[in-house]
Design a protein around this ligand. Structure first.
Ligand code: FAD
Ligand code: FES
Ligand code: MG
Length: 284
């Protein structure tokens, strides 16, 4: 069954959002879950994307994606009325939405997309939400309006100071952890390096921290091993054991090494795609 794109919007130079027909997923999904899509049945690769929102009545889910390589660029070219061949999900375990008290939600770059449904659910559960939303520059900052709506306190940072405070997200995070009382819980979602350093800060202050990991995924069912991480010294599969984990127990250095394992091939495929002749290496 293919899935029609109902609407599509560009959020920034390289970030897009679309509403996609997927009635069963829209009805079943919970915050923290994701889908694995493939754009066509002609050897298209499978990529995981978080379900950013859903309208069960309309039978649609919304996805937000950043154009970083071949598949996300191909997806950016799709228009309302076009179809995505396969949308598998909802996958992964839903977020444990508890009444923690004060929760600091830290999101970086495209990590703000998976963070939003979690922060919304935490707010609806009655938590006080302090959001720290960051990006490299103003142009790359997304979902400001949505985070403003659900946050009791909002801090914006950019690496270059083009908007909000010129800082990495770890700087205000440290200040918030130093408050008395300190936050009861943290959620950090973004590039692996950002999550690693957020966890370093929160560990120092003993603030429990959940991260949502963006490892490479292929099948999404625990069979291929693509998403394997080291967690508390043990192997775990992000697709079935996650995607959320206690960030203080994740071996981020190993995760980053595995994330970059195919970079040369990915770059080559993107270049071939931009030249208009990509078939994922099959026509070499
Ligand atoms: P490529 O050039 O092929 O890859 C660029 C980089 O993306 C790689 O170096 C690698 O780090 C990563 N990547 C490549 N292939 C995969 C793959 N099959 N699975 C996972 N990562 C891969 N991105 C978003 O923009 N929005 C989201 O909501 C989002 N949610 C995610 C949820 C989960 C659970 C996971 C694991 C990842 C999520 N991602 C999300 C990351 C997204 O899957 C990658 O950006 C995408 O696969 C890149 O594909 P590409 O062909 O365009 O780029
Ligand atoms: Fe294959 Fe997780 S994606 S085991
Ligand atoms: Mg790819």
């Amino acid at each position: 069954m293919s899935h029609k794109i109902v609407s599509k919007k560009q959020l920034s130079e390289d970030v897009f959002t679309a509403e996609i027909e997927a009635p069963l997923v829209a009805r079943a999904r919970q915050p923290g879950q994701f889908v694995i899509i493939s754009l066509n049945n002609d050897y298209a690769e499978r990529i995981p994307l978080t379900i950013a929102g859903a309208d069960p009545q309309k039978g649609t889910i919304s996805l937000i994606w950043q154009r970083v390589g071949k598949t996300t660029a191909e997806m950016a070219q799709l228009q309302p009325g076009d179809e995505i061949a396969n949308v598998a999900g909802p996958l992964g375990n839903p977020t444990d939405i508890e009444l923690f008290g004060t929760v600091v939600c830290v999101g970086g770059g495209i990590g703000l997309a998976p963070l939003l449904p979690i922060a919304e659910a935490l707010k609806a559960r009655g938590n006080t939400i302090i959001s720290i939303i960051g990006a490299r520059n103003k142009e790359l900052l997304i979902l400001e309006e949505e985070f403003t709506r659900i946050s009791d306190e909002l801090i914006i940072t950019t690496d270059d100071g083009s908007y909000g405070r010129k800082a990495l997200v770890t700087e205000p995070l440290k200040e918030i952890c130093q408050r008395d009382p300190k936050p009861n819980q943290a959620f950090a979602i973004g590039p692996a390096i950002m999550m690693k350093f957020c966890c370093k800060v929160t560990k120092e202050f003993e603030v429990p921290t959940q991260v949502s990991l963006n490892t490479i995924m292929i099948d999404g069912t625990g069979m291929c091993g693509g998403c394997r991480i080291e967690y508390a010294g043990q192997p775990k599969f992000v697709c079935v054991d996650g995607p959320e984990f206690d960030g203080h127990k994740v071996n981020f250095d190993l995760m980053m090494k595995r994330l970059n394992a195919y970079q040369d091939m990915e770059k080559k495929e993107y270049e071939r795609f931009k030249k208009g002749k990509c078939k994922l290496g099959l026509d070499q």
